[in-house]
Every structure is written in structure tokens, then in C-alpha cells.
Design a binder for this molecule. Structure first.
Ligand SMILES: N[C@@H](CCC[C@H](N)C(=O)O)C(=O)O
Length: 292
């Protein structure tokens, strides 16, 4: 089977985007893994699939698969690319687009300067809803944040990391580091991702605070490894930093792939706004091997 695709990126977090508005392609997790493969497929951190609106009150449905083939609830950089895709393909004339995701409805808005702002909804902070199993762990507070100690096996035989857990529809564990460039993302990231206290695994963020309005962030993503940027990771990190008392309400997040700006007023019901780029790289057609 041959399928058409569009390759996109948002702050270097890259995507294969598929159009299922005219019918399902019938892809399996093995197909998504093949498309994401940087040697045998197209190469991407996530595969985004655009479908018609499943209910009234929304314009489309957008489905997200990680590079490992697993379907996930939310993707912030993907939401901006989704909006650019449906607009540039002429699938809608709207510039504010309501889209159903597994995590609920979000609303990307295209700006005249080419950037996209997404209302990502309110963060979820109750550990059980992240989900995070906090049973038996001492509750430590810093500012308004709950900080949890996780025991890891490496790099030392047993070491501890302190994390704030946040859901932006998908789960995040954010830790503060003094220098993000030398942070042990490749060794600690996978251990946090698969830690037994996160029953659905987790995206592991490493944040260096530069000032009250600027941070540097790296994220070891669940199901994809370290990416050049993670939109929901940037939202979660800024929420954690505001709750910790370290950040103001509008923060520039410097990732290895570009700049994201995150705003959050700080109330439990307040939505997080994420602004950043969304770019089409190329379009193509690929043969999906029969043996997949
Ligand atoms: N890159 C994304 C997040 C994609 C999903 C994530 N890896 C997960 O498993 O939750 C973003 O920009 O938010």
C-alpha cells in the first residue's frame, strides 16, 4: 500500500501528518513505527492523523501516535502543526480551530505572523489523575507545589530525583537542574519514563531556570526518547516552575529546537496557553511493506 504524507515540525519536534478526512487508512502500530523510523521510514517523533469531527462543536479529531507505535492523549507541538496543516490544505477556512483529542478539546489559533497559539486547557495536579502513585511517599511542599522523591537505580547505585508531577492531558514529571546541557537526560530520562510509580509511563522534563521569565528545557519523551522540543512538556514545566515560586506567569522556554512561550495565570481552572512555530517541511508518498 502507498500512502501520502506531510512532514512537519514545530520547534524541531517532528511529525508525519496523515489525512484521514476522506477515509481511514487502516494503519497498525507497526505501520506507525515504520513511518517514524529514521532509517527505513520517513522519520518522526510522532505520527499525527487528522480525522473528521466526531461530534458537533468541534471541527476535527486529531489522533497522536508516538514513534514506538503507542497512541497517546496529547501533543502540544503537534497541535500547532495540525492547525497549520488543516488551514494550508484548505480543509477549513477557520483560523481558530476546535479539535477533539483523547485528552479533550483544545483550540489552536493561527496568528498573522505564522505562529500558532494553543489553548491547552487547565493542568491537572492531583497525583492520582496524572497518573502518579504517591502512596507511602512523604508529601514535601515547596511554594504551592508538591515535590516527590523518586528512587532510581542509576547513574549512582541508588539515587533520588525530586519531581513535580503535572498532567497536560498526558503525564509529565518535571525536575529542576542547575545546567540543562550537562543534565543526565539520556540515563535518568528512561528511568523516570518507566518508573513503577507512573502506571502509564511519563514524559521526563529537565528544566534550568534562567530568570523569572525564561527557562531552558530538555524532555525525554515517553515513547519517543529525547526530542528537540516538547510542547506539553514546556506547559508542564512552566506550571511546575510557577507553583514552585520560581517563575512569573509568562515564560520563554528555550528548547534545543526553538522557542516556545507559555502563559498560565496560576489558578486551578486557568488554561495554559502555548505559542510557537509550525512548519511544513515536505510532502511525499511512501510504500508500506506488506510484511508489517
Ligand atoms: N511531543 C509532544 C508530546 C507527544 C506525546 C508524548 N511523548 C507522550 O507520550 O505523552 C508535545 O509536543 O507535547
Amino acid at each position: 500500500m502507498h500512502i501520502r504524507f506531510t512532514k512537519m515540525q514545530g520547534a524541531g519536534n517532528d511529525f508525519v501528518v496523515l489525512d484521514e478526512t476522506q477515509g481511514r487508512l487502516g494503519l497498525t502500530p507497526a505501520h506507525y513505527r515504520f513511518l517514524a523510523d529514521r532509517h527505513f521510514g520517513v522519520g518522526a517523533d510522532q505520527i499525527l492523523t487528522v480525522r473528521p469531527a466526531p461530534t458537533e462543536g468541534v471541527d476535527f479529531e486529531y489522533v497522536i501516535h508516538n514513534a514506538d507505535g503507542g497512541e497517546v492523549e496529547q501533543c502540544g507541538n503537534g497541535a500547532r502543526c495540525f492547525a497549520r496543516f488543516v488551514h494550508d490544505k484548505g480543509l477549513t477556512p477557520k483560523t481558530v480551530i476546535r479539535v477533539q483529542t483523547l485528552a479533550g478539546v483544545i483550540a489552536p489559533a493561527l496568528a498573522a505572523d505564522g505562529r500558532v497559539t494553543v489553548n491547552m486547557g487547565a493542568p491537572v495536579l492531583e497525583p492520582a489523575r496524572v497518573p502518579f502513585d504517591a502512596s507511602g511517599l512523604p508529601e514535601q511542599r515547596q511554594g504551592q507545589a508538591l515535590v516527590w522523591s523518586l528512587a532510581l537505580q542509576a547513574p549512582a547505585p541508588v539515587s533520588q530525583v525530586q519531581v513535580v508531577v503535572v498532567s497536560m492531558g498526558n503525564p509529565h514529571a518535571v525536575q529542576l537542574v542547575p545546567d540543562v546541557d550537562s543534565a543526565p537526560v539520556a540515563t535518568v530520562g528512561p528511568q523516570v519514563e518507566t518508573h513503577v510509580r507512573f502506571p502509564q509511563r511519563v514524559n521526563a522534563g529537565f528544566m534550568q531556570v534562567l530568570s523569572r521569565t525564561a527557562v531552558k528545557l530538555r524532555v525525554f519523551e515517553r515513547g519517543a526518547g529525547e526530542t528537540l522540543a516538547c510542547g506539553t512538556g514546556a506547559c508542564a514545566a512552566v506550571v511546575a516552575g510557577i507553583l514552585l515560586g520560581e517563575l512569573d506567569h509568562r515564560v520563554d522556554v528555550h528548547t534545543r529546537g526553538g522557542l516556545l512561550t507559555i502563559e498560565w495565570a496560576g489558578g486551578a481552572q486557568d488554561a495554559v496557553l502555548m505559542t510557537g512555530p509550525a512548519t511544513t517541511v515536505f510532502e511525499g508518498q511512501i510504500h508500506l511493506p506488506d510484511e508489517l
